[in-house]
Unconditional design. Structure first.
Length: 200
């Protein structure tokens, strides 16, 4: 099982690239398989920074977070950025298609009343056909939030793209695509929010 953690902070983002490199170095040394950062362009937390990390174990995630946040160089960097924590959430990765990198990400927050393995795979197949490649998205990752406050239990479908226009075009096509809508209905899928962010 792969875990994905999201640490959201407000503050001065003028040195965000340097701070991301610091976080990448420290968390990777503790076992994170991926460390990335983004800045929200829409939603209630516009301008906030989100650090995402991926782990083979939630124990490793929490241990590393405690260790890294206690390091002097991280404390200095956070103080200089006037960083204030907004939230911390953990989810499990349920599916991944394509190349999960890009200049922007669109996080689609949704729920599923019947999230069977077979149903999810049908939905992932239809989503990949509509949204991966052809100028839409490079790839997507589906994460079920397991410790995330009010959105615990929700699915966070993260689309990695170099064109937000491309994502919106593919998303619009899904509304009239019978295969996609059938698969969505089978899992009882509903969309509750979309958040566009710029990758750092």
């Amino acid at each position: 099982m792969t875990f994905m953690a999201f640490s959201q902070l407000s503050g001065d983002t003028s040195a965000v690239s340097d701070n991301l490199e610091l976080a990448r170095r420290l968390y990777s040394a503790e076992g994170a398989s991926r460390v990335a950062g983004s800045i929200s362009l829409t939603g209630q937390s516009v301008g906030s920074f989100t650090l995402s990390t991926m782990w083979d174990s939630s124990d490793a995630c929490f241990a590393a977070r405690a260790k890294v946040l206690g390091m002097e160089e991280m404390q200095v960097a956070m103080a200089a950025a006037q960083a204030q924590p907004l939230s911390f959430a953990v989810g499990t990765v349920f599916g991944e298609r394509g190349n999960c990198e890009g200049s922007h990400v669109v996080a689609v927050v949704g729920s599923s009343s019947n999230p069977t393995d077979e149903g999810r795979q049908k939905l992932y197949d239809a989503t990949e056909r509509l949204l991966v490649g052809n100028g839409a998205c490079n790839g997507f990752r589906s994460v079920r939030m397991v410790a995330a406050g009010e959105v615990t239990g929700a699915f966070l479908n993260i689309f990695y793209t170099d064109s937000v226009d491309g994502f919106f075009a593919g998303s619009a096509e899904s509304v009239t695509d019978q295969e996609f809508q059938t698969a969505r209905a089978e899992v009882g899928g509903e969309i509750h929010d979309r958040i566009v962010s710029r990758m750092v």
